[in-house]
Design a protein around this ligand. Structure first.
Ligand code: PRP
Length: 555
């Protein structure tokens, strides 16, 4: 006789911690089940992708192309290196390669499961790996920054646009099944980045190649049109490479999607780029509105026709992934703290006055003077906005977690956090240099000391800039008054911002080398950028007219 099912609470009452996670766990399983049914209805076969793969499978490709994502790697007791699943597509390709003799092309495969990737902003590799070990076998929902849940599908062996549209149909049907509202699809074209990278390889002087490739990657990561303008002006071969690209494939794709999908808001953004290098053609990012009407990133996909050729096969391919939608559904903790007001993160400190003055020009004025209160959240007079008063270095975290919609902040903060936020406006005020500096005569010593000690607030920026210059060093991380480290010989040099130069001068220090420029931006989440682009454009025009933004740098 069949037993009656137990209630969840009864079944797991003796398992510590489970009731807390239980609802989330079952909610996720329900989504997974719904996705499976849907994928099946759409003609896809479900596959179970392995959680780990030998790193050697990817090794030869890692230097050239970022095929694996930024995920944890392990060495087993026999000394074999393993990669934990950080990108479903990379593992799907490995799965198909493993079963090449049995797979009949074209193949439609679908999957759901966890991926593990480092938290870009804060997670170190060590911490990430430990975390992964702890969570690997728990099977409890996506409750850490390292692990997240993904749904996805691939069509392998079809090079025509109808396969792209099929993948999109499954993506939008999945969103509907998950109870999400209308989706926004931001279309990009991987050929643009590829053409710019190729032109750099061919035309850039060997000494500047690595730096230029890094600058291009940054420009794509930030959507900062100003950076492209500058790079195109200083390297005309980049402008030529970009201008010579045909827009036909994009136009055809946009027209086809619009004709077939009136449930999608579609737009083209040439500067949006999926970060994985394996994409070869049309790419797309999927956004959905959350419970308070804010647009949040949900997933993406695109064509990767050349990926299999690295393994000796000619298999055109297209796919999509979507993360666990709880981040955009009402029950998620992020949206619990959310508001339909537009949130502006403002850095306390030397930028505050100027930033407030810029915002006042476009009618955004705090109800109380932030400098005369200890309140951390201040509504705007018009009630439509809300100011968050945060420490300079924390601005990026608020944007990254979608808790602030936009901010006025320095590129130093954004670059240090490696944040995927858009910078549609670059102000004329607040420009600084980022410099390697120290005591007079100390520059030479940096070269002959085996590992000089460099004090800085900007570990990532220092690492990037000094590595390009062939200097290996030990970092002494500091939070402020960095010059002091050089003055009292805690460090051999510092990497820090120089605005007027008076801090260096008054402490008897000199600049050894300029490492780059920093600027102040209006930075916003990608969701805000796509939903309120027209509003940002009107602000930019106002700021151009008052000289706060240079004319002609519009996106
Ligand atoms: C910044 C920077 C330098 C100083 C440079 O520090 O880190 O210390 O300004 O400016 P100057 O060239 O005009 O002298 P900030 O004032 O933000 O404070 P901090 O040292 O506490 O970080």
């Amino acid at each position: 006789m069949m037993q009656e099912p137990l209630s969840f609470a009864h079944a797991f009452s003796n398992v510590p911690g489970l009731p807390k996670h239980g609802e989330a766990l079952f909610a996720l399983r329900r989504l997974e089940h719904g996705y499976r049914e849907l994928a099946h209805e759409h003609g896809f076969t479900e596959v179970n992708l392995p959680l780990v793969a030998p790193l050697a499978r990817f090794r030869s490709l890692l230097t050239r192309e970022n095929l694996l994502g930024d995920g944890p790697r392990f060495i087993d007791p026999q000394g074999l290196e393993w990669a934990l699943r950080s990108d479903m597509t990379a593992f799907a390709v490995q799965f198909v390669l493993d079963h090449m003799s049995e797979v009949k092309l074209p193949a439609r495969i679908a999957y759901a499961g966890k991926v593990f990737a480092y938290d870009k902003g804060t997670g170190t590799e060590q911490a990430g790996a430990r975390h992964a070990q702890l969570h690997l076998n728990l099977g409890l929902g996506s409750d850490s920054s390292l692990e997240s849940w993904e749904f996805g599908a691939e069509i392998l062996g079809e090079g025509e646009i109808h396969a792209d549209l099929e993948v999109l149909s499954l993506a939008s049907a999945t969103a509907r099944r998950f109870g999400l509202g209308r989706l926004t699809l931001v279309v990009g074209d991987a050929r643009i980045a590829r053409a710019l990278f190729a032109a750099t390889e061919t035309h850039a002087a060997p000494s500047e190649r690595a730096g230029l490739l890094q600058a291009l990657r940054k420009a794509f990561a930030t959507g900062d049109r100003h950076r492209f303008d500058e790079l195109f002006a200083s390297h005309p071969f980049l402008a030529e490479a970009s201008a010579s690209l045909s827009t036909k494939a994009v136009d055809t794709f946009l027209a086809a999607v619009r004709e077939r999908h009136d449930d999608l808001d579609v737009r083209f953004d040439p500067w949006s780029r999926r970060t994985q290098d394996f994409y070869s053609g049309i790419t797309f990012e999927i956004f959905a509105q959350d419970a308070v009407g804010k647009l949040r990133w949900l997933g993406g996909g695109g064509r990767y026709d050349t990926y299999f050729s690295h393994f000796g096969h000619d298999v055109p391919a297209v796919g999509f992934m979507m993360k666990d939608p709880s981040s955009v559904l009402e029950r998620d903790s992020v949206t619990k703290g959310a508001t339909s007001r537009v949130r502006v993160a403002l850095p306390k400190g030397r930028l505050l006055k100027t930033a407030l003055a810029a915002l006042a020009e476009v009618g955004i004025v705090p109800e109380t003077d932030p400098e005369a209160t200890r309140r951390l959240v201040i509504p705007s007079r018009c009630g439509e906005y809300e100011f968050l008063l945060v420490k300079n270095t924390d601005v990026g975290s608020y944007l990254d977690h979608g808790m602030a919609d936009f901010a006025i902040v320095g590129s130093d903060v954004l670059d240090e956090g490696a944040l995927q936020v858009v910078r549609p406006v670059t102000f004329t005020f607040g420009r600084c240099k980022i410099c390697l500096a120290g005591k007079p005569g100390g520059a030479e010593r940096l070269r002959w000391r085996r590992r000089p000690r460099v004090a800085t607030k900007y570990e990532r920026l220092a690492e990037e800039a000094l590595r390009l210059r062939g200097l290996s060093f030990d970092v002494i991380p500091l939070q402020g008054s960095v010059e002091l480290a050089s003055v009292i010989d805690l460090a051999d040099a510092i990497v820090d911002l120089v605005e007027t130069g008076s801090t260096l001068r008054e402490n008897g220090l000199v600049v050894y080398e300029d490492l780059g420029l920093t600027r102040v931006h209006l930075a916003c989440t990608r969701g805000f950028h796509y939903l309120h682009g027209a509003r940002v454009d009107s602000w930019r025009t106002a700021w151009e007219n008052s000289g706060l933004v240079e004319k002609g740098t519009s996106s």
